[in-house]
Design a protein around this ligand. Structure first.
Ligand SMILES: C/C(=C\Cc1cc(O)c2ccccc2c1O)CCC[C@H](C)CCC[C@H](C)CCCC(C)C
Ligand SMILES: C[S@@+](CC[C@H](N)C(=O)[O-])C[C@H]1O[C@@H](n2cnc3c(N)ncnc32)[C@H](O)[C@@H]1O
Length: 236
């Protein structure tokens, strides 16, 4: 059983391997489909353009990598990285069954040790991944390392909203809606992990400071979904 307050990387990989078959459906149902809007915003903020070479870190089942592929088109190149083999298997299957999807290169690797040369990418996305890393700073340093100068990383994730009512709503939704829903599918422990993962995750201004500590020249956090989450846009 996962130690929810301080899970190891192995614990986290096991969680995402185990929920892979239901991950997409639960995200769609639990976010009322809105997660696709939040991901499209993230791709737009990444600055990805036709012909670009882009990376989606903690790609999971491939949502953001597939959106990047749509954006860069056949001349572009897309790479997806995740350390969960089961999530990557879903991503590969979805890409193979997506009409006219440009080739996407999938890598099973750790986000804090990316298997790419320095300054390899024109844009990077990371959706609901940073909060799951055991070392946020190292994760941001790796994103910066593989980005080309002047290029952007767009990092989408939850955080605790500043507004106390919204924070109460977030806690209520996660504990009263999300966890019982997942429990009916035998995945209570996996989804129960979201709440403690938020406890020590930095808010917008702290994320900006962390990105600058990682060496990014500029970082701006844009709250979305009423402040329940946000997109950190970091420029190398
Ligand atoms: C795509 C979404 C969440 C991804 C996600 C992130 C994690 O860290 C996990 C950890 C463990 C298991 C699963 C995940 C995981 O799926 C967002 C949509 C799914 C969310 C679970 C729904 C909660 C969203 C907001 C807290 C409330 C939104 C309210 C609005 C009225 C829909
Ligand atoms: C909540 S899912 C997000 C998936 C996808 N980005 C999305 O938006 O749906 C988090 C993903 O991060 C991956 N992950 C967590 N820690 C990782 C690490 N250190 N290295 C690589 N992948 C990691 C998990 O395996 C999981 O697929």
């Amino acid at each position: 059983m996962v130690n929810a307050s301080s899970p190891t990387a192995h614990d986290i990989r096991q969680i995402f391997d185990s929920i892979a078959p239901i991950y997409d459906d639960l995200n769609q149902q639990l976010s009322l489909g809105l997660h696709r809007v939040w991901k499209r915003m993230t791709v737009r903020w990444s600055g990805a353009q036709p012909g670009h070479r882009c990376l989606d870190v903690c790609c999971g089942s491939g949502d953001l990598a597939l959106l990047l592929a749509e954006q860069v088109g056949p001349p572009g190149k897309i790479y997806g990285v995740d350390f969960s083999a089961e999530q990557l298997a879903i991503a590969q299957h979805r890409a193979a069954h997506t009409w006219a999807c440009p080739p996407i290169h999938w890598y099973q690797a750790d986000a804090i040790a990316l298997p790419f040369e320095d300054q390899s990418f024109d844009a990077i996305t990371m959706g609901y991944g940073l909060r799951n890393l055991t070392n946020y700073l190292k994760g941001l340093q790796e994103l910066r390392r593989v980005l080309r100068p002047g290029s952007r990383a767009a990092i989408l994730d939850f955080h605790h909203p500043a507004n106390p009512l919204l924070r109460q709503f977030q806690q209520w939704y996660l504990t009263t809606i999300v966890v019982p829903y997942a429990e009916r599918l035998g995945q209570k422990h996996a989804y129960a992990y979201i709440v403690p993962s938020l406890e020590h995750f930095p808010n917008g201004p702290a994320q900006e400071a962390l990105a600058e500590a990682a060496g990014f020249s500029q970082a701006t956090h844009y709250p979305i979904a009423g402040g329940l989450m946000g997109v950190l846009v970091a420029i190398r």
